[in-house]
Design a protein around this ligand. Sequence first.
Ligand SMILES: NC(=O)c1ccc[n+]([C@@H]2O[C@H](COP(=O)([O-])OP(=O)(O)OC[C@H]3O[C@@H](n4cnc5c(N)ncnc54)[C@H](O)[C@@H]3O)[C@@H](O)[C@H]2O)c1
Length: 323
Amino acid sequence: MTYLVTGGAGFIGSHVVDTLLRRGEQVVCVDNFTSYYDPGRKRRNLEWALSQPGFTLAEADIRDAEALGAIFAAHRPRRVAHLAAMPGPRPSIANPTLYEQVNVGGTVHMLELARRHAIESLVLASTSSVYGKTEKLPFVENDPTDRPLSPYAATKKAAEVLAYTFHSLYGTPTAVVRFFTVYGPRGRPDMTPYLFVERMVRGEPFVLFDGGVNLFRDYTYVDDIVAGVVAALDRPRPYEIYNLGNSQPVEMRHFVALLERITGLRALVEARPLPATEPPITFASTEKAGRLLGFESSIAIDEGLARFWAWYRAEILTGGSSR
Ligand SMILES: NC(=O)c1ccc[n+]([C@@H]2O[C@H](COP(=O)([O-])OP(=O)(O)OC[C@H]3O[C@@H](n4cnc5c(N)ncnc54)[C@H](O)[C@@H]3O)[C@@H](O)[C@H]2O)c1
């Protein structure tokens, strides 16, 4: 079976690619190696995949409908995981047009091709950010999501809604998967824990919003997220939205203390007020993903951070490959 993964060179996408290749699938990765962070890291993410006979790298921009059309025509994928995006709520403030063009415009191109090629399973990456600031916990898929706090979150919500419209018009089996703060090997350098650990290694301070007090994030280990994405690809339904999270929000000051314990390094914290783009808590209900996808978050935060630190030491501090 041929799978197409957009954003397949990125943090989460490269793990999805490797997982599909390991089970013997043909995988086409679409990525434009955007410079949001070092494209060299993304190349390293694909080192193993590139050695596999079932793998094809198609360098293309999802804003280019013609290029995407040619890739679909050449490879005829049956299942598609659309993960390519401009990520990050805070950077989206400076460049909302780019976020709209990639996350909304690019997604429309994918939806159009998915229906033209009668794709049997389409999975779209969305985010816990669509829930905005809410006091209703945990977040359930049918909670209101019409008050996003950043252009990034708004573009992700727009993509979800467009996916519903395309499903309703053309019947494309579609799963929207809302990821909750993903971390692990190959983690994005602009995200925690990577950012914090990098500063701790250098003995430099880093910003912790509100000093990490009453600020909670539902950190989810990347292997759990990938298992959820693959389950959604494997079990198409007409149109569903799923939270993929750990359902155990961690208070950020405990998160930093845990990092200090695991790394043996000291954190120099600079407290600053929480920006308007950030909700005080994220907390996934995964009851629906458990029931319909068999999803189960299996890696606790201390275990996940220890694995992240082992990867960081081996691959970043001593410069191995990124596997
Ligand atoms: N990491 C998280 O905690 C998190 C949380 C919620 C949602 N998400 C979503 O998950 C998906 C993957 O995120 P990630 O953390 O792996 O980020 P990432 O930046 O590592 O991966 C995204 C990939 O998309 C590619 N890309 C960007 N613009 C493109 C374009 N115009 N054409 C082709 N490729 C393009 C990038 O080069 C990159 O390789 C994104 O849709 C993101 O919004 C991530």
